[in-house]
Design a protein around this ligand. Sequence first.
Ligand SMILES: [Zn+2]
Length: 693
Amino acid sequence: MNYLKSSIVVRLTTLFVGLLLCSNSLFSQDVTPCFFDQYTNKKHLAHVEQQIQAAIWRNSTHNSSRTSHDVFMIPIVVHIIHEGGFENISDAQVESQIQILNEDYGKMTGTNGDGNGVDTHVRFCLANKDPSGNCTNGIVRIKSPLANHQSYQRALLKELSFWDNDRYLNIYVVKNINGNVGGYSSFPGGPPDEDGVVVRHNLFGNTGTASSGVGRTTTHELGHWLGLYHTFNNGCGSDLCTDGDYVCDTPPQAAPSFNCATFNTCSNDVPDVNDLKENYLNYTPGTCQNMFTKGQSKRIEATLTTIRRQIWSSSNLISTGCDSIYSAPCSLVADFVTLTTEICIANSVYFMDRSLNKPTNWKWTFMGGNPATSTDQNPTVTYNSVGSYAVKLVVSDSTGSDSLETSSYITVNLPGRGDPLSFKENFDRGIYPPSTLTINNLDGGITWELDSMASVSGNYSLKINNLINTNYGSSDELILPHFDLGTAHPDSNVYMSFKWAYAKSDPTFSDEMLVLVSTDCGLNYSQVFYRTQAALATGPTQTTPFIPDSTQWKDAVISLNSYRNNSYVQLKIINVTDGGNNLYIDNIYVGDGSTATTSVSEKSDMSGFVVLYPNPNMGNSTFAFSLDRQRKVKIEVYSMQGQLVKSINEGAMIRGTHRVNISAAGLKQGVYFVRLTMGAIEKTVQMVITTPQ
Ligand SMILES: [Zn+2]
C-alpha cells in the first residue's frame, strides 16, 4: 500500500483568468496537434508507400477470403509514464479512450464517430495477457522524469517499457511532449523499437484529466500508425490520387485547418469540393471530426494486410487475450490506499480502492470508524476515538472474492504533545535529507537540496532551484517537527526565525515563500509569513544561478505568541516555484527569547493572499485567504472549458484570515480553476482533482 502526504500548491496568476475566457480555442492555438510531419523520415516513407500501394492494388484485384464483416482487432498496451501527479491517469480514462477509438474506427451508430464516413473494420482491445502470458489490464504505470517527454528521447521512452510491437500497439501517455505537442506516431515499417504512439495525458480519453470531451488526438495518431497521412500532406499536390495524402477521395488541402469553419483551399479537384474538416487526419478540433473516407480505409487495410499483418492474427489475439471467446481467468486482488494513516481525533480518512481485475462489489469494515461498514468503492470514514484500528476490504464479482485486512492501519491521536522548545537546524552536519525536517515533494521533481556554495555561517544551507524548475505552481514543503509551545518561558516571546536569500531571474517570475502553522494535526493551516517578488528578493535580479554572499541574507522572524497555549504545533516552510531563481534557507530556530525582538509586521502581505490546499486533492480542499477590510466574498469553480461547476457565496466577511472548505463532491478528476472574488479583487488558482495513485 502506498502512503502519500498531502501537499499545497499555490498559483497566483491572472493567466488562468485569460484561459477561462478563451478556453474553447485553448488547444487549437496553444498546442501543436501532431508531431508526425517533423518526426517521420521521408526516405523511409517512400519505401513504405510502395508496399502500401502494391497492397491496395492486390486487395482490390484479388478477392481475399476476408469478408466485409471481418474486423482487424488490435491489442493495445497503454504505458502511463508519470511523475506521480495528475498525469498518472485513471484506468477509467484509459478505457474511455479505447471506447472512443472503437466508436471512431467503427463508425458506431449514435456516437460521435457516426459521421459521413466508413467503418474501417479496425477495432481495439486493451490486452488481457502480457507478453509472458500473465493476466494484465493492458495498462502499465511507470514513474519517470521522462514523463516530460522530448520526441528526440523516444528511444529512451520506449526503453522504459515496450511490448513486442508485432503483438501489441504500444501507446504512451505522458505529461507533456516537447512542451506543447499533442501527440505523434510512428509510421508503419519504421524501426521496431520506435514503433508506437505518444499522447499527452490531457488529450487522452474523455474523462479524468482529459480537457475535451472527444478524445480524437489518439484517433488521429493511430491513423498515422495505420499508414495514413495528414489530409493536407503535400498541399494541393499535382494529382489527387498519387500525390497529396495518396488518397483519391480526400479533397486536396493546401494547409491544415485549426477550426471548424468551412474552407476550400485547393481548386485542382473535380468537382471542386470543400476541404474535409470532418476528417480525423485534418488538424481541425475533434469536435468537428467524425469520419474516415473509403480511400483511407483501403490504405489502413493495405497496412494491416502487409506490414502489420501479425498483430491481428488469430493466434496473436488468443495469446494477448483479445480473441472473442476470451474470458478473464484473472482472480481478484483486494487492495486500497489512503492519503494518510495517522490522524487527529474526529478527522476523516478517504479510502481509495486499488483492487485489481475489476471487482463489482466492495465491503469495507472500519473498526472504530464511522460508518463502521460501507459498500462504496471509495468511502470516507471519520474516527471519533483515540486508538489504533484495523481496516478490512472484501472485493467480489460473479466469479469470486478476495480480502485484505490490515490491523492497526489507522492511528487516531489526540492533538498530542509536541517536542519541547527550542529547535535549531543549520544544516551544517551535511546530512540529507536533514534528519530534523521532512521534505514533501509531491510532484517528484526538483525539491529542496543541501547546498555547499552558500551558508550563513558554516558549510551548508538548504536550497531549492527554481531556475530550472518548469513545473510552475508546484510546491515543496519543509516540515518541522511538532512543538509544544507551552514549554516556552512564560515571560518570553515565542517565535520562529530563519535566514533566507533569493534573487529574481526575471521581473515577471514570482516564486513564493510561505510559512504555515497548524494546531489541529494539519486539518487547517494558517499562513503566518509570505514573501514574493521584491519582498522575497535579497539580491539583484540575474538570469544566472543566484549564489548569495554574506550580505545577501535576510531574517525572517515570525511571532508564535498566539500559539503559546498549543501543545501540538505544526510548522512548514513552503516554496512555490514560478521558474525564478534559487531560494536558500539557513539557521532555522523555533524557541523563545526574553526580549521583544520578535514580531514582524506581516500586515502588508496579509492583504489578499490566497492559498488552496491540498492541491492536487481528492475532491475536498480548503481555500485560505485574507481580507484587508470587510469585503463580499464569492468562490467559483470553473472547468477547463470555462463552465461554472460550483459556486459558494459567503456574503460579507470581516477583515482577517478566513478558511472556506470546498467540497467538490460530484466533480470528476481533472483540472479546474477556482476564482475567489473579494469585493473588487479577483484571484484565480488552478485546482487539480486527482484519483488514487
Ligand atoms: Zn498527425
